[in-house]
Design a protein around this ligand. Sequence first.
Ligand code: SAM
Length: 236
Amino acid sequence: MTLPPLLPLGELDQLAQEMGTDKSSRTHDYMRLYEFLFKPFKDQEFCFMELGVGLPRIKAASLRSWRQFFTKALIVGVDNDRRVRKFSGDDFTICIGDASDPAFLTKMAQTYKPSIVLDDASHKWSHQIIAFKTMFPLLPPGGLYVIEDIFTSFPMPIKYDVYADHPESCWTFISRLQAALAGCQTEWPALSAEESELVSWIDAVFLTRRTVIFVKREAQRPEEVERVAELKRRQG
Ligand SMILES: C[S@@+](CC[C@H](N)C(=O)[O-])C[C@H]1O[C@@H](n2cnc3c(N)ncnc32)[C@H](O)[C@@H]1O
């Protein structure tokens, strides 16, 4: 018996190849898993927000792919490089700001209410962690949060070693959250109250080469509410 592939090359990969984003199977090969996870959103009215539009050379390639794939979504791209403003009006909204600034990210989430947030911005450890801590709690139930290019958490050739700007890598941070999720939030690993609260909202984590996707629960896991409250009392 030949099994059908669970994650075949599909429309998103085709679009990514046409538009020239490195998310296609020609490079990072993210789109097969994204298609599997994003398909339920295809014809929904919702906001898809990507942190990191791509310098003019890249020509907002991923935003163009999302635009073609999602028939009714509002597509919002966030970047700190003002040159990407020229893509505004191309059927998507461009916002200029720093994707490592919690106040700015909170404003973005409150203004556009994204259901999917994809972080493809600086890939610096501190930025990835700050953006996740800020944006994941603001997603609606059932929302998705994607952290791309997580391989930057691992030793890199020295010329690329700009990512390690924080004592803990983003991979180590999310590994602790995943361990707590898998282990039903016992004493190990020790989490802060904020981290414990994040875990209590994580429904599932999908991992493949270089990218990780978090699914937000419909409601906080009831048995973890008291644990979070207790940690808040203890940690002040
Ligand atoms: C890898 S490119 C994005 C590529 C695009 N998403 C694609 O797949 O076609 C990363 C982008 O993140 C932007 N960026 C870097 N640091 C940022 C920050 N702190 N805040 C917002 N954008 C940032 C860069 O200007 C660049 O345009």
